[in-house]
Design a protein around this ligand. Structure first.
Ligand code: PMP
Length: 341
């Protein structure tokens, strides 16, 4: 018999898929780590598991305890599903601007969902601060009852990506990898994978694909946290340097706008049957930039972080995209004719 004991055992060990169109356009081999195949539907299942295992080991999360976290959605979904599987309650705060589909996916996990206004991190009403205060209040009322996962500044996030995502990519490519690129939210994926790969092969180029509206590309290139424009992508970009991002070994960084990334979301679906979310579009656009920087013949890995169905009403909605002035492929216009007028 070959049986998986529980939901946690389904996390990770995702396939690495050759992305045909970006590979053909650049003469490189561009590979996507299929993180949308995780049981909670995103790469953040790994983060949730890494943080939770660390908290269980250290005794900060006790049997029957409450998990509290602030999230753009995917980490909350991962934590809540793991909680359902392992006997923890989940209380999740997230900005009300996140996609309806993600909020609904979170609600059906049984988590207590608290939507808060989308405000900058410096504002005490920011979702991460609200979550931290909630956990402090719970622990004051019942000591040891709540655990604040703290995905942005708890480096168990990065460490788990180093030990799982990074090692998997190394083994799946037999070490024949020249570059890795992705966008960051917490920084856990980029820092963790970057460290795993650099430790094994210092010549691997690690690159940041930063969405417009985020300050990180400017920080890497000039030392200044400066943001321009905005993006419809969710779960990525930052106005500050998190503990997970701080020591990431980054060689190159680009700011990538929606007009560059969104066509990749549509092309992966129409041309390769891969339905992925907006951050994956930024990642693939970043992989194409890295391929052009390294030249033909190189192998580049990026991340397909979650599924496009989580953003149906935005990424695949002609009316929404037209209103944002973004390109809409003909096939999408035909699929939703009423919505285009
Ligand atoms: N893509 C998506 C869809 C996400 O939800 C996140 C995390 N919020 C990321 C990418 C970024 O991953 P990380 O937090 O590891 O930087």
């Amino acid at each position: 018999m070959n049986i998986s004991p529980d939901m946690a055992s389904l996390i990770g060990a995702t396939p690495l898929i050759r992305l045909r169109q970006p590979s053909e356009q650049t003469g490189c081999t561009i590979l996507g780590k299929a993180e949308f195949l995780n049981p909670g539907g995103s790469i953040k299942d790994r983060t949730a598991l890494g943080l939770m295992l660390d908290a269980e080991r250290s005794g900060r999360l006790r049997p029957g305890g409450t998990v509290v976290e602030g999230t753009a959605g995917n980490t909350g979904i991962g934590l809540a599903l793991l909680g359902a599987s392992r006997g923890y309650r989940a209380v999740i705060t997230l900005p009300e601007t996140q996609s309806r589909e993600k909020i609904d996916a979170l609600r059906v996990t049984g988590a207590e969902v608290r939507l808060v206004p989308a405000v900058p991190y410096a504002n005490p009403a920011h979702y991460a601060h609200v979550a931290r205060r909630l956990s402090e209040d719970m622990n004051q009322a019942a000591p040891g009852s709540a655990w604040f996962a703290d995905q942005f500044d708890n480096t168990a996030n990065r460490d788990f990506h180093e030990a799982s995502t990074g090692v998997e990519i190394w083994e799946q490519t037999d070490g024949q990898i020249d570059g890795f690129v992705c966008a960051t939210g917490t920084g856990g994926t980029l820092a963790g994978v970057g460290r795993a790969l650099k430790a094994r092969k210092p010549s691997v180029t690690i690159a940041l694909a930063d969405p417009a509206g985020s300050a990180l590309a400017s920080y890497v290139n000039s030392g200044e946290l400066k943001a321009e424009g905005g993006s419809i992508s969710e779960g990525i970009g930052s106005s500050r340097i998190t503990a997970n991002f701080r020591d990431a070994p980054i060689d190159l960084a680009w700011s990538i706008d929606d007009a560059e990334s969104l066509p990749w979301v549509h092309a992966l679906l129409a041309g390769e049957g891969l339905n992925v979310g907006g951050s994956s579009g930024v990642n693939v656009a970043g992989a194409v930039r890295l391929a052009r920087a390294l030249g033909p013949g190189h192998t580049i890995v990026t991340v397909l972080a979650d599924t496009g169905t989580r953003y149906q009403a935005k990424l695949f909605n002609p009316a929404f995209l037209h209103a944002k002035g973004l390109p809409v492929p003909q096939w999408l216009e035909r699929a939703f004719p009423a919505a285009t007028h």
